[in-house]
Write a protein that binds this ligand. Sequence first.
Ligand SMILES: Nc1ncnc2c1ncn2[C@@H]1O[C@H](COP(=O)(O)OP(=O)(O)OP(=O)(O)O)[C@@H](O)[C@H]1O
Ligand SMILES: [Mg+2]
Length: 511
Amino acid sequence: MSTILEMRDITKEFPGVKALDRVNLSVKTGEIHALVGENGAGKSTLMKVLSGVYPHGTYDGEIVFDGEVQSFRTIRDSEAVGIAIIHQELALVPLLSVAENIFLGNERAAGGIIDWRQTERRAAELLERVGLNESPKTPVGDLGLGKQQLVEIAKALSKDVRLLILDEPTSSLNEQDSEKLLSLLKEFRRQGVTSILISHKLNEISQVADTITVLRDGSTVSRLDCSGGISEDDIIRDMVGRALDDRFPPREPTFTEEVALEVVNWTVHHPIDADRIVVRDVSFHVRKGEVLGIAGLMGAGRTELAMSLFGRSYGRDISGSAKINGQPVDLSSVRRAINAGLAYATEDRKTYGLVLEDTIRRNISMAKLDAVADGMVLNRARETEVAERYRERLNIKSSSIEQETVNLSGGNQQKVVLSKWLFADPDILILDEPTRGIDVGAKFEIYTVIRDLAKQGKAIVVISSEMPELLGITDRLYVMNEGRFVGEMPTHEASQEKIMARIIKTGERVT
Ligand SMILES: Nc1ncnc2c1ncn2[C@@H]1O[C@H](COP(=O)(O)OP(=O)(O)OP(=O)(O)O)[C@@H](O)[C@H]1O
Ligand SMILES: [Mg+2]
């Protein structure tokens, strides 16, 4: 097999951080090459160097693509030779249609006039190729994150790609959709398209990768050939520099009989399409000291349920009641919800979770500024001390707490979101996909924090698409499907099969 890409001695510095230190990457034509490493190891940065996001001249080292030394000045330059990158944070325009997004900046025009019919026809073909069953006319904002991901891939394919770079493409997908995406990559491999795949889901990596490059702290530590099969433990050892014995902390039940939050007959309508019911007659409770899981497929309505509870941040015509510690509560605004002791850590950190242009320090203290202020005056020293504490506790990788969160690696941004809600110290904490994009070692840290909170008597609700995670850290589970709660079980009696069986059974009933 020939080599399509050779990156040699790549060094990239940001003020105060050496993100890449003489990194080497060699990719063979037509293979699926995985790039793995802990949060902040430099994976995204390396791919931004490759695709021209960081122009030639702003890094040291050499890129050889297709036998030629390349010096890309812009993304357009790398696209011109057939490199397409799909970033960790999706970059679609929500108000534009699927077709418009696919051809944005690359419009199908004849004599300066955009040919809509051709645009939509071509978009429909690309959607079919990626297996997305949606109209090209649908606004992207109406699609879930998983579907948006497929639109991004369709967009890449529209540019006759030879090397497709996917930065954590499956982090927001459920198992089925991830499976589909991985098959898509294998299909591309048959067609001779090379891909570079970044992922923290090591089971996926060991399933599809031909070769793996492991980065640690901005350096290449190993290059693994997977032709003879590879175990997740082998990858982990190189990633973190030691073997990881357990994926989950021990689960000692700490729940009491006291109900912290009780929700009865909660129903939520779609914010625009008011006839559509997104959450239907849901009743549930979570006890003090309990870690409760909500399992379900993407689109089941879990995030909508959580957001509608948290200050009506989602939906309209919301009905039902909620009690905290046995008392009826008013959760009708975010401020009231926080005051009632409820917090919601979002799955979508970019839109709702962080003020990106603000520092780590301020993002962490934001939801509870009064705790770092004397009256109306902010106490900077106390705020700093708090931020330092969480930086250490969750091992947030950054040059300092004064760094703007926009420049943090994806996984480290997620840790800041978590810190913010931990510091807010709610009685009931809803965590929506808390470990999305988080590396395997840091996941363990976050699970430990969750179990500790339960030990302190907090009630924790975890929404997750990763069933092993729900099975590994919760005490009890609800299964949600198509807006309803369709099952409940203690976790020690649960299994992936049981959960899926509930989903499939109720799915048949509804359709
Ligand atoms: N624009 C920037 N300014 C300053 N520092 C940056 C910038 N971009 C990245 N960094 C730093 O460079 C390092 C590598 O970041 P990078 O995003 O490449 O990590 P990653 O391996 O992709 O991590 P993750 O798995 O969390 O996505 C991190 O320490 C990050 O804070
Ligand atoms: Mg990254």
